[in-house]
Design a protein around this ligand. Structure first.
Ligand SMILES: Cc1cc2nc3c(=O)[nH]c(=O)nc-3n(C[C@H](O)[C@H](O)[C@H](O)COP(=O)(O)OP(=O)(O)OC[C@H]3O[C@@H](n4cnc5c(N)ncnc54)[C@H](O)[C@@H]3O)c2cc1C
Length: 478
């Protein structure tokens, strides 16, 4: 029987969408259009009271819930079949305290929403007396929301210098399964704060806002991208690795990408992009090993602002495609010539021109300086991560594209640690709790037992309640 929505509608200030609304399909669709999950009710919340109403309604009528922000979950766990979606994507308020260099972001803010207020509209004096603004610890995708990103970790171009998104969380506010608003901070519910720094979303409650520390970033940085033909890929890989292995300087932040350049004729390319987060006059020396790598197809590196760089990278993202993500962290000795050969060979056989292999730059800097048990985010040691991302249009292409992702993932297994980044979720992992959380998982289960003892917030890879037998042995800080 369909639940009666009239009471919820009379109290709810946001937008309620059901399958009978003509805009339901548009409201339901995720970044990954392979996901066909069909919720019964989508509650686009306007404020905290809406979140409380939606949670209490679902609980009272016995509907399963999911939580959605920007809808980028790789496996679609932000939707639930036949259930109620608590959608925080429209909650986009930002509060900024320039004296404390902190910001409070509602869960639905994208990183550009925040940076516009804290970086673009601000000028202060920072390192070497140069003009700076403040930036959040974001990634380049404009439609990924800060909560979904930071709760699961958060790798961005500033990560090596200043740490992950989750490392920047100072406080959180969360609506629990009873509709109570809880504060998590060092001085209140610190175990929940520990868990929210890396456990991923959808396991404990609906996060409504996060307080972040911000980073002083020069108003002018040297940033951009350089692309070479795929024939140069192995030389670029080697130069890229040598920039980071054994190097302490954390100001040069470059990502590596194998992709297909749509212009002019679908050429396969290897791309390095990123920025130098230090005085622009020092950048050239840092970039020299990359700049000297033969004739690039194009090179846009030059003075820009952090905001403009992120904005331009975000404009490259194509929406409306089906996708499948797999990946893993490289072993210390795994990012080597053998691995490069496998990657380039597989990439030459890619079935879709939209697909890519992307390398996030990780440890060695601020990310590795945080102990693995200081937050729920355990993956602190590895320097490189590969995301194998297949993207395609039509259902008839699905099998070939999934086979490609699976094939490359299998070929790379000897080079990877077995850990996987929880924000690049993989529905085919045999032991996802070990891959995402390692030794931190039992402690996460204790936090789950304390804050969501009925497992109301549940999805395919949410933190599970501890088994009764496992509970007495594990001591938790209160
Ligand atoms: C194109 C693209 C680019 C990306 N780039 C990066 C990148 O540069 N760096 C990086 O680290 N990651 C990146 N990601 C991964 C991204 O950070 C995660 O998928 C993130 O979880 C997305 O959050 P969302 O709110 O947009 O997605 P959703 O699908 O809405 O949510 C993702 C998860 O978080 C939960 N969640 C969302 N909002 C809340 C909330 N308010 N309270 C509690 N739980 C919540 C959901 O239930 C779900 O489990 C990218 C993903 C895509 C598709």
């Amino acid at each position: 029987m369909r639940p009666d929505l009239s009471t919820l509608r009379s109290r709810f200030r946001g937008v309620i969408v059901t399958p009978s609304d003509p805009w339901y399909e548009g409201a339901r669709v995720l970044f990954n259009t392979r996901i066909r999950t069909r919720p019964a009710i989508l509650c686009r919340c306007g404020d905290t009271d809406d979140v409380v109403e939606a949670v209490r309604f679902a609980r009272d009528v016995g509907l399963p819930v999911s939580i959605r922000g920007g809808g980028h979950h790789a496996c679609g766990f932000s939707l639930v079949d036949g259930g109620l979606v608590v959608d925080t994507g429209s909650m986009r308020g930002v509060g900024f305290d320039p004296l404390a260099a902190t910001a409070v972001a509602e869960a639905g803010c994208g990183w550009r929403d925040l940076d516009r207020v804290t970086y673009v509209d601000v000028a202060t004096t920072g390192e070497a007396g140069l003009p700076h603004g403040y930036a959040g610890p974001g990634g380049d995708c404009p439609t990924v929301r800060n909560a979904g990103y930071s709760l699961g970790g958060g790798y961005g171009l500033l990560g090596r210098r200043f740490g992950l998104g989750c490392d920047h969380i100072l406080e959180a506010e969360m609506v629990d399964a009873d509709g109570r608003v809880l504060r998590a901070a060092e001085d209140e519910n610190p175990d929940l704060l520990w868990a929210l720094r890396g456990a991923g979303g959808g396991s404990f409650g609906v996060v409504i806002r996060l307080k972040y520390r911000l980073d002083a970033v020069p108003k002018t940085v040297i940033g951009g991208l350089i692309a070479w033909p795929i024939e140069q890929a192995e030389a670029v890989f080697r130069a890229y690795r040598d920039l980071y292995v054994g190097r302490e300087d954390d100001r040069l932040s470059l990502y590596l990408l194998l992709t297909t350049d749509p212009y002019p004729d679908g050429e396969k390319v290897v791309v390095v992009y990123g920025l130098y987060v230090g005085p622009p006059s020092d950048a050239e020396a840092q970039l020299a090993p990359i700049r000297s790598l033969g004739q690039p197809l194009y090179n846009t590196f030059g003075p820009t602002s952090y905001y403009d760089l992120q904005q331009s990278l975000g404009e490259e993202i194509i929406y409306g495609l089906q996708s499948k993500w797999r990946g893993g962290y490289f072993r210390d000795d795994g990012f080597d010539d053998d691995a490069f050969t496998h990657i380039v060979d597989w990439f030459r056989r890619i079935p879709s021109g939209y697909s890519m292999a992307r390398f996030d730059l990780l440890g060695g800097g601020a990310i590795a300086r945080v102990p693995a048990d200081a937050t729920a985010f355990v993956h602190r040691a590895s320097l490189f991560y590969i995301s194998i991302i297949s993207l395609w249009e039509r259902d008839r292409e699905t099998e070939a594209n999934i086979a490609w992702v699976d094939g490359l993932a299998a070929a790379l297994r000897p080079f990877l640690t077995g850990e996987v980044y929880q924000n690049y979720a993989d529905e085919d992992l045999a032991d996802w709790s070990a891959a995402y959380y390692g030794a931190n998982y039992p402690r996460l289960q204790q936090v789950k037992a304390r804050y969501d003892p009925t497992d109301f917030f549940h999805h395919g890879q949410s933190i599970r309640l501890p088994t009764t037998a496992a509970m007495p042995g594990i001591m938790m800080p209160s």
